[in-house]
Design a protein around this ligand. Structure first.
Ligand code: 4AD
Ligand code: MG
Length: 477
């Protein structure tokens, strides 16, 4: 008999047929009712054991967490809460689970406790729902770009250039610690190292992606990136996944359109394809919100928030306008911001971004034309000589979800900028070549995949939307 998934059985109306299913016991109640889950859906199938004719020793082994193989008859359920159930005729324990030792009991565990058991937390409803949504979101990312003529590029994870300036880097070396050879100056002699130079884990695939956009036209990356910044926040990981489209002949307006269209597509995709998981997560968030004081509660449910983003235009605001709004805002005047906004040129902190999105505009915001000196060297200088064609997409509850720009395509302007920032031309010779040979207007952005998953699932902490989070002092598993 071929095995069916729980999802198939729950959707089937093949009553009175023999079926086979394998999965893990979520609960076993009254020595009779097994709630079985196999990961194919958040929903369990109820399997009814004929306990009077079942060996007592076997009944004892039907414990939470045990892997079982079940054969039986699919019948219309008598009980509430499910349409079908299986009347068990044959039950085999494939793998026992000792209830005295198994950490994932059928009760509410704290997210902190589950983080310490990241290898088992996927067996809970919350984490299986989050990770199924994450999987569907990555599929939607590829679908969006593939359907729109983009080529998927795998940029290197080990990189020899550290000029991006996006954050602190993790070094990569084949030297044994303490045994690295030194040069005459007493510094580690990387010439003798594996790559013959100092190398790092990449903070972004952008610079390499740009070279590919200059031939393939439209490209995107989707891979792991690494930042050694010591940010212990609910929005930062040391290892995270980034999606970076890069498009030739596209200016900043096109870049804003692309980011908005892309985000709406992938969120729309999960609304349509993750209904059960999102319904569960929506309810989870609503319960969580109830434990907060009234004033801090969100006005919208998770599903309403996602629909709102999909159905409404993002507000596009220049940095200069944003500074005016912030300077005159209530929290600024009442000195409620940790970093008060006094003048043009200030870097925006997440408290400011969230004020703009959550309090002032109450919708996603795209901020553009930032001061040149708070943004990266490769962003295109505007006519005013002091702002660059940068854009950040800011999301409610998340803050910055996308950072991008129109790139500086003029060789002379780019070189001047690099000189001013002390960036070695020699090190980026290959990047400068793109501006020497057939340079063209081009733009792109980076979207932090985990921040997107956070938004789609309503999870408050970024550590709960990646299977095995890497954060300061934490690389277990
Ligand atoms: O704004 P960032 O630093 O931009 C870049 O790296 C550009 N090279 C992207 C490009 O134009 N191709 O990072 C992009 C996004 C952020 O908006 C944020 O969503 C996410 O990456 N991000 C992080 N996510 C989790 N943990 C961290 N430590 C993150 N740092 C950035
Ligand atoms: Mg950024």
């Amino acid at each position: 008999m071929t095995r069916s998934s729980v999802l198939e059985l729950l959707q089937s109306d093949k009553f009175l047929q023999e079926v086979a299913v394998k999965g893990w016991v979520r609960t076993f109640r009254s020595n009779r009712f097994i709630a079985l889950n196999d990961g194919s859906t958040i929903n369990n199938i109820q399997c009814v054991v004929d306990f009077e004719n079942t060996d007592e020793a076997l009944l004892k082994r039907i414990a939470t967490g045990a892997a079982v193989s079940i054969k039986g008859t699919l019948v219309e359920s008598q009980g509430k809460g499910q349409k079908v159930e299986i009347q068990v005729t044959d039950l085999e324990i494939l793998g026992d689970s000792n209830p005295d030792e198994y950490p994932i009991q059928p009760k509410k565990h704290s997210l902190e406790f589950l983080r310490e058991n990241a290898h088992l937390r996927i067996r809970t409803n919350t984490f299986s729902a989050v990770m199924r949504v994450r999987s569907k979101l990555s599929y939607a990312v590829h679908r969006y770009f593939q359907d729109n003529g983009f080529n998927y590029v795998n940029t290197p994870i080990i990189t020899g250039s550290d000029a991006e300036g996006a954050g602190e880097m993790f070094g990569v070396s084949a030297f044994e610690a303490n045994k690295a050879p030194l040069n005459e100056a007493g510094e580690v002699d990387y010439k003798q190292d594996f790559f013959g130079k100092q190398t790092n884990l990449t903070v972004s695939g952008q610079l390499e992606a740009e070279t590919y956009a200059m031939a393939l036209g439209k490209v995107y990356t989707f891979g792991p990136t690494f930042r050694a910044e010591n940010s212990n926040t609910t929005r930062h990981l040391a290892e995270f996944w980034m999606i970076e489209p890069e498009v030739a002949f596209m200016d900043l307006d096109g870049n804003m359109d692309l980011s908005e269209d892309f985000i709406k597509y992938v969120l729309g995709y999960v609304l349509e394809h993750c209904k059960d998981d999102l319904a569960f997560l929506d309810n989870r968030l609503t319960q969580e919100e109830k434990s907060k004081p009234q004033a801090q509660r969100s006005e919208m449910s998770l599903l309403e928030k996602i629909k709102f983003v999909v159905e409404n235009n993002f507000k596009r605001v220049s940095y200069t306008e944003a500074i005016d709004i912030l300077r005159n805002s209530k929290p600024n005047k009442k000195k409620k911001f940790q970093f008060p906004i006094n003048e043009w040129g200030a870097d925006l902190q997440s408290e400011h971004e969230r004020y703009l999105v959550e309090k002032h505009f109450k919708c996603p915001v795209i901020l553009f034309d930032y001061p040149a000196n708070i943004k990266a060297f490769y962003m295109r200088l505007n006519e005013d000589g002091k702002t660059v064609r940068a854009m950040d997409v800011l999301f409610p509850g998340i803050g910055e979800i996308v950072g991008g720009a129109q790139r500086e395509e003029r060789l002379d302007v780019l070189k001047e900028k690099m000189a001013a920032l002390d960036i070695d031309e020699q090190e980026l010779w290959w990047y400068l070549d793109t501006r020497k040979f057939g340079t063209a207007v081009h733009s792109g952005f980076g979207l932090g995949f985990e921040r997107l998953v956070q938004f789609a699932t309503g999870m408050g902490n970024i550590r709960d939307v990646i299977p095995f989070p890497r954060t300061p002092q934490n690389a277990e598993f």
